[in-house]
Design a protein around this ligand. Structure first.
Ligand code: G3I
Length: 618
């Protein structure tokens, strides 16, 4: 069969056809049957160990299982449609702004950039854990008039400034750029444009080099339509990419738009075509896939559409350097097709009411979905244990679960409430109250939403007991051989005698002494500490105690960190004096000892917050 050549995607059809009501009815019936097959109850939270019927994985999950992404185009007006964004934000791994990064939007006036619309798409992607494909830096269309009006001598610098401005603005935020879009005519000759007219084909090189300089981390693509199969236009693209690679020009990938139509046949040898580009050492991607048809849709056209989408997907999966597929918006509600080709449409995977179409199942199947729901829950995690505590946190670990498809993560519960999720077999629950026991359970889950039973409970008790007998103690030694001079020099170390770590941020140690006569202001010092004096802070305060030798105290605190079970801070050599350097008489000081080796010091106190956990205060 001889196929009519595909027209440029932009050629408008002359005849305007209305969509008959009967076609809508056929489509609606088809949709209902798909919905009932695809719709499944979501996994019930806390359903212990049950086989839970689950919705199909998302397109991106299916593609990711094959090492690819599955993406959609979008546009700013659509982002306020919450029914639309629910799927846009969940089904895809990446999005492409259909218009908002084009030159007429981003630099409508020379040197005046406007990124608000593109930024909105990037923000949406980031908020939904999705990547962004930048589209497009250098294109003959949607080009502001001032570029076309430039004298040839100024076009290169204007192009390079545009690329520097835009790709620089989005540096690190787009995974790939369609640097040059649609450089060829259908016969494989270069398309005339302000860029080609001014620089010849070298504009492609200059553009790629400018893009690399602006964002060295982004993959740089040339993108075109009607290059999806073998033919004169794809030969021209092939020769260009071959020459660019040979010349060392930065080119990472080739985008194949794949705007297909059921009435024009499937592109010739798509897989082989993608493969020959990949063999040049570049990535390939399907960047704007849709399959339109002459309306009304009927079962035959819809079946052909499903076949085309399946064949494109299979072609990508068959080429290891095919990195992913982008559909040119996921719903007929926002498809560009009816506005460009009168009487054509129904090009997308979801219909105008945002309902899945039969073709969606075809794509899922092509991506490896068997249609058999994954109903097997992962095994219950074993070995759940408390691995550490501080006064405000409990750390847990457990042995990884197994699953027939794959464990996607774990849910952690404190009491009956889920307090977090983790993809690793460990979790730290923070923001807790000191000296409090917390009970934890964990369950495993898979990507289909199946969950295991929860583990048996384990209990972790935060540090910082209020009983006065907590797990911290102080040891002291006297570093001061002159009890009547103008400085006091206690050596102090803090020891954790408990069985779990203790956070130090809220720990204070107090050493009481008498200020005698003289100045009431003090200077205090950490001369040396095993943990580093930078981790230690100290100051002198008035105690208000009437006990002999205890009207002041030196208070020692810590900048943070934690003291492991059984560990000691090691020595902290402290020293303080009155600001007038008048003498002390230390012998009757409340906390002083005469021992010159470390020994427990029950008259030096340790507080966690305001709770005394060691020693006796005067
Ligand atoms: O923003 C105006 C709006 O103010 C005005 O009321 C309305 C009236 O028609 O037009 C709006 O602009 C439209 C714009 O999309 C934003 O919706 C333009 O008319 C319309 O021509 C433009 O179409 C875009 C087309 O590129 C232009 O070439 C499509 O949305 C966009 O999906 C399409 O994308 C291209 C790729 O960039 C390159 N490959 C082919 C693909 C499909 O044409």
């Amino acid at each position: 069969m001889t196929l009519a050549p595909a027209p440029p995607y932009g050629r408008r059809q002359r005849t305007l056809r209305r969509r008959p009501i009967i076609a809508m009815a056929v489509a609606a019936v088809a949709l209902l049957s798909v919905q009932s097959a695809a719709a499944a109850p979501p996994a019930a939270p806390g359903t212990a160990g049950a086989a839970v019927a689950a919705a199909p994985p998302t397109l991106n999950q299916l593609a990711a299982a094959k090492g690819r992404y599955f993406a959609s185009a979008t546009d700013n007006p659509e982002l306020s449609d919450t029914a639309y964004t629910a799927t846009l934000g969940s089904e895809f791994g990446q999005i492409t702004p259909g218009n908002s990064m084009k030159w007429d939007t981003t630099e409508p006036t020379r040197g005046q950039f406007s990124f608000a619309r593109g930024d909105a798409v990037v923000s949406f992607a980031q908020a939904h854990g999705e990547g962004v494909r930048g589209h497009t830096l250098v294109w003959h269309s949607q080009l502001p008039g001032w570029v076309s009006a430039l004298p040839a001598s100024e076009v290169r610098s204007a192009m390079e400034s545009h690329i520097a401005g835009e790709a620089g603005h989005y540096k690190g935020q787009v995974k790939a750029w369609d640097v040059v879009n649609e450089p060829f005519n259908d016969d494989g000759t270069y398309r005339t444009s302000p860029f080609y007219n001014a620089m010849g084909k070298s504009y492609v090189t200059y553009a790629l080099q400018a893009a690399r300089a602006a964002d060295p981390g982004a993959k740089l693509y040339i993108n075109d339509y009607n290059t999806d199969g073998m033919g004169a236009k794809s030969d021209a693209m092939y020769n260009l990419v071959r020459d660019l690679k040979a010349a060392g020009v930065p080119i990472d990938g080739v985008g194949f738009q794949a705007h297909l139509a059921t009435q024009y046949g499937f592109p010739s040898q798509m897989q082989q075509n993608l493969q020959r580009f990949a063999d040049l050492g570049v990535d390939v991607a399907l960047t704007e896939l849709d399959v339109r048809m002459v309306l009304p849709a009927d079962a035959t056209k819809l079946a052909t559409q499903s076949t085309y989408y399946r064949q494109v997907t299979e072609a990508c999966l068959a080429v290891s350097r095919c990195v992913g597929i982008t559909i040119w918006d996921y719903t007929d509600k926002y498809s560009w097709v009816p506005g460009t080709f009168s009487g054509q449409g129904s090009a997308c995977l979801w219909d105008e009411n945002l309902q899945p179409k039969p073709v969606l199942d075809a794509v899922r199947t092509a991506l490896g979905y068997t249609g058999t729901a994954d109903t097997q829950a992962p095994t219950v995690p074993t070995g759940l244990a408390v691995t550490g505590t501080t006064s405000s946190s409990v750390s847990l670990s457990w042995a990884a679960s197994t699953d027939d498809v794959g464990v996607s993560g774990y849910d952690i519960f404190r009491g009956g409430t889920q307090v977090g999720s983790s993809t690793a077999a460990a979790f730290t629950d923070s923001g807790l109250t000191p000296s409090t026991a917390y009970a934890y359970t964990v369950r495993a889950k898979d990507a289909a939403g199946n969950v295991s039973a929860r583990t048996a409970e384990v209990t972790g008790t935060t540090a910082g007991g209020s009983t006065g007998g907590g797990s911290l103690k102080v040891q002291y030694k006297n570093n001061d051989s002159a009890p009547g001079d103008n400085q006091i020099k206690p050596g102090i170390q803090l020891v954790n005698t408990g069985s779990s770590a203790v956070g130090l941020a809220s720990v204070k140690v107090r050493y009481w002494f008498s200020g005698e006569s003289g100045a009431s202001a003090y200077s205090s010092w950490c001369d040396w500490a095993v943990i580093g004096c930078g981790s230690v802070n100290q100051s002198v305060g008035t105690s208000g105690s009437g006990t002999t030798g205890a009207d002041h105290y030196l208070e020692v605190g810590f900048s943070g960190g934690s003291l492991a079970a059984g560990a000691s801070t090691g020595e902290m050599q402290l020293r303080f004096n009155k600001t007038d350097w008048s003498n002390f008489s230390e012998t009757d000081d409340y906390s002083r000892g005469t021992n010159t080796a470390f020994a427990d010091a029950p008259k030096i106190a340790v507080y966690v917050g305001s709770t005394l956990v060691w020693g006796t205060a005067p």
